[in-house]
Design a binder for this molecule. Structure first.
Ligand code: GLC
Length: 570
């Protein structure tokens, strides 16, 4: 991105400091990221598939919401047996969503608006339809054969459980053409790449370079954890797994000096530091521990899960190498495996009947295929509070498309498609404004049922409507943009009574930012022990009453209310 189109929008960020702290780009720490799938966002040509032109037409909406960066999910040519995470060509665009030209047009438009762009890079596996795999299976002498992991003696080969245990017995499948078994940690149509092979490594680095040269600002590295797990017949591990990440970063930064690498590494808490490689690896990791604990804590009205989250994960610090990409929900199932056993069991039963109509939302033995609005009973106050909390936590907030208007899951659809239905723009228009195609031609049905008896969310009914969920989320993103303390301050927990209220603070340059969130449905009053000068307290977000008392700030919160205050430290 050139200097003119400098995208560092957060008001208090010095553009000259984009590359701060020994070469680490800072923009992503201040950004609000919005995650979307181009094919379900907006159809511009009436073929039933969302496309790049449609997305461009909707950028005003994203600006209004206060988005600084888009993360777009895979748009590459793909048989779409795993929603595009089965890539058939890393350098192309699925022609149903556009073309490379349309992609370039998006980059240009985002550049003008100062919005960054992150794309998904799926480096752990390809689709079986990828040319590499086709050549690999046809010719054992071809260099592509060693791009994958094969065995002729499957009984003796290393085996482990598959990531989709409901569908796959293990990690080997037989290929008739090769007359061998190939290794896959995900679906059988997603053969793992042999990432220990230097030719494969070179291919992966050059794919990253290709997209950076086309203007992307970084990547979400899909399945970073499975990349470094034991693989193949002999359970081979990379000699130096961190080298792969370091080198990917070095190659990326050589093309774009503020490119960021965000990893999907859903590993055990004590293994997470590994992925940062002391600052030379990933810039940020998706906070899966945080996701299960925060979304559960808010859902059950209790703050202990937040204490536990902070105990479990390495600290995100303003000048440190640890940084989180925080999220409330994503496009997969709501994965609960990081919760302690009892809480997991509780969450499994508590939320199982997403829509209260007997349909089961539990999947893969680990999570619910539900959206936030389903988990929180369609309660917009709770959804808004959860977003305020998300935006105030140390890390980069990632919003999941549709949650900002309270869209529901459609449990009539199989698997994770339930949470991936097209954006509902305007309930009064055909297909809720997503497309003019006949309903049976849509990439996925537009959800029209929603929670029985509950308002069916759309964007049109909320934009510009004071107090709507959309406007409250937009207020919270604006508060975040006006609060450089979150990315630059020291974060600490402020212990308050009662336990349904969560408070934390950031200290930065003589100011304290205090954020207080009431998880209860009823009003609560707390005193936060924060020492600020009485004449210099400023309300940043929320309408709750507060006053300064001898032992700190007393805050009176209505049910699900929240308040951010900034004060000068005494
Ligand atoms: C990630 C994606 C998920 C996909 C998997 C395999 O976990 O979020 O949707 O199925 O990787 O690529």
């Amino acid at each position: 991105m050139d200097a003119d189109g400098d995208p560092t929008r957060a008001a208090d960020v010095d553009p000259a400091a984009v590359l701060a702290d020994g070469g680490r780009p800072d923009w992503y720490r201040d950004a609000v990221v919005y995650s979307l799938d181009v094919k379900t966002f907006q159809d511009s040509d009436g073929d039933g598939w969302g496309d790049f032109r449609g997305l461009i037409d909707r950028l005003d909406y994203l600006e209004e919401l206060g988005v600084d960066c888009l993360w777009i999910r895979p748009f590459y040519p793909s048989p779409l047996r795993d929603n595009g995470y089965d890539v058939a060509d890393y350098r192309g665009v699925d022609d149903r969503v556009g073309s490379l030209d349309a992609f370039d047009a998006l980059v240009e438009e985002l550049d003008e608006r100062g919005i960054r762009l992150i794309t998904d890079l799926v480096l752990n596996h390809t689709s079986t339809e990828h040319e590499w795999f086709q050549r690999a299976r046809e010719d054992p002498e071809s260099k592509y054969h060693d791009y994958y992991l094969w065995t002729s003696h499957v009984e003796q080969a290393y085996n482990t459980s598959n990531i989709f245990p409901e569908y796959e017995d293990g990690v080997w499948s037989y290929d008739e053409v090769a007359d061998k078994h190939y290794f896959h940690q995900f679906y059988n149509h997603q053969p793992d790449l042999n990432v220990a092979n230097p030719d494969v490594q070179e291919e992966l680095f050059s794919i990253a370079e290709f997209w950076l040269e086309r203007g992307v600002d970084g990547f979400r590295i899909d399945a970073a954890h499975p990349m470094v797990l034991p693989k193949g017949h002999n359970a081979h591990r990379l000699d130096d797994p961190q080298w792969l990440f370091r080198e990917l970063k070095r190659r990326a930064r050589a093309v774009k000096d503020d490119a960021v690498l965000l990893a999907e590494a859903d590993d055990e808490p004590d293994r997470l530091d590994f992925y940062f490689a002391g600052g030379e690896g990933f810039d940020a990791l998706f906070n899966f521990v945080g996701n299960s604990h925060v979304t559960y804590g808010v859902g059950v009205g209790d703050t202990w899960p937040l204490y536990r989250m902070f105990e479990q994960i390495p600290d995100a610090q303003p000048n440190g190498h640890v940084w989180w990409a925080n999220f409330l929900r994503n496009h997969d199932e709501w994965n609960l495996l990081k919760l302690p056993h009892e809480a997991l069991e509780h969450a499994r039963e508590e939320f199982r009947e997403g829509h209260g109509d007997g349909r089961d939302s539990w999947i893969f033995g680990r999570g619910h295929r539900l959206r936030l609005a389903d988990l929180y009973d369609g309660d917009h106050d709770r959804i808004a509070m959860a977003h305020s909390l998300l935006l105030s936590l140390p890390g980069t907030p990632i919003l999941f498309s549709g949650d900002e208007i309270g869209m529901h899951a459609d449990l009539d659809l199989p698997e994770r498609q339930a949470v991936r239905t097209p954006m509902r723009w305007d309930g009064d228009e055909p297909n809720a404004g997503f497309s003019t195609a006949a309903p049976e031609e849509l990439v996925l049905p537009v959800d029209g049922t929603g929670w029985p008896g509950v308002y069916q969310a759309d964007a049109a009914g909320q934009r510009g409507v004071e107090g709507s969920l959309f406007e409250r989320v937009a207020d919270a993103t604006a508060a975040r943009a006006a609060s450089p303390e979150v990315a630059r301050g020291d974060c600490s927990i402020v212990h308050v009574d009662p336990k349904e209220v969560w408070a934390h603070r950031f200290d930065h340059d003589g100011t304290t930012l205090l954020a207080v969130h009431n998880f209860a449905d009823e009003p609560r009053e707390v005193v936060a022990d924060v020492d600020v000068a009485p004449d210099a307290v400023e309300r940043v977000l929320g309408a709750s009453d507060y006053d300064l008392v001898d032992d700190g700030v007393r805050v009176t919160l209505g049910g699900c209310d929240y308040l951010w205050l900034r004060g000068e430290r005494r």
